[in-house]
Design a protein around this ligand. Structure first.
Ligand code: HEC
Ligand code: HEC
Length: 178
């Protein structure tokens, strides 16, 4: 079990263009190696990423696609007209571009083991996420300055750059986690 959890954390670390850093000491070494081989984005990739951030970051933090597998993103993209009580539909061209972007950057791991075959559309409902966040008292999450786990950037100060190290966590009104 521990192995599986570690593997999915490792999956977070690996991403095309975006690096999701974990804090465990055992991963520290790999971070440097991966940074060294980071490929710069082409102008095309840059404009696609910018489109994603603009459209899918309009109402909330633009979640890195690496947090969910392709099946999750496909489900989200099929149901944008009723997306968590909002209408997040896109014009056909942008829809296609963003769908491809999500598919090509999606996690290669299932991430939904233990969900009885359900396809998660929330990162925050995946077993891996719940495990990572199990020690956080509920009042720190439900408070007005955070509201829910969907608000990654409220606590992860470097979330926008794809970095989720424990030492970068600042919980509003409570401070650093470490
Ligand atoms: C019109 C506003 C709006 C737009 C545009 C929008 N969303 Fe959302 N999204 C929401 C709301 C509202 C929630 C629920 C937030 C909460 O629970 O706090 C949500 C939640 C999510 C979640 C779940 C977060 C979690 O782990 O709990 C994901 C993933 C997501 N959106 C992806 C997307 C993607 C991908 C796009 C672009 C195609 C997008 N959203 C565009 C309003 C929007
Ligand atoms: C209420 C504050 C809070 C919110 C909101 C939150 N996190 Fe976290 N997150 C934490 C804390 C604190 C830890 C460290 C937990 C621990 O080690 O016990 C953590 C750990 C993590 C880790 C593991 C980092 C590591 O070092 O291994 C990842 C990845 C992560 N969060 C991603 C997310 C994403 C993605 C979201 C939004 C969908 C999110 N978090 C929302 C507080 C938060």
């Amino acid at each position: 079990m521990t192995k599986i959890v570690n593997l999915s954390i490792a999956a977070l670390l690996l991403a095309g263009g975006v690096y999701l850093y974990a804090d465990d000491d055992e991963h520290e070494e790999h971070e440097h190696k991966r940074s060294a081989v980071a490929k710069p984005m082409t102008p095309q990739e840059k404009s696609t990423a910018a489109l994603y951030t603009k459209e899918c970051g309009a109402c909330h933090f633009a979640y890195q696609p690496e947090f969910l597998p392709k099946s999750s993103w496909d489900k989200t993209m099929k149901t944008l007209d009723s997306h968590f009580g909002t209408d997040a539909t896109l014009d056909p061209q942008d829809h296609k571009t963003i769908q491809n972007y999500l598919a090509s950057h999606a996690s290669r791991y299932d991430r939904m083991t233990g969900m009885g075959g359900a396809i998660a559309i929330r990162i925050s409902e995946t077993p891996n996420f719940k495990h990572e966040h199990r020690e956080i008292p509920k009042k720190m999450v439900t408070q007005a300055d955070v509201k829910s786990f969907a608000n990654c950037a409220a606590c992860h100060t470097k979330a926008a750059s794809g970095s989720y190290r424990e030492r970068e966590v600042r919980i509003p009104n409570y401070g650093s986690w470490e």
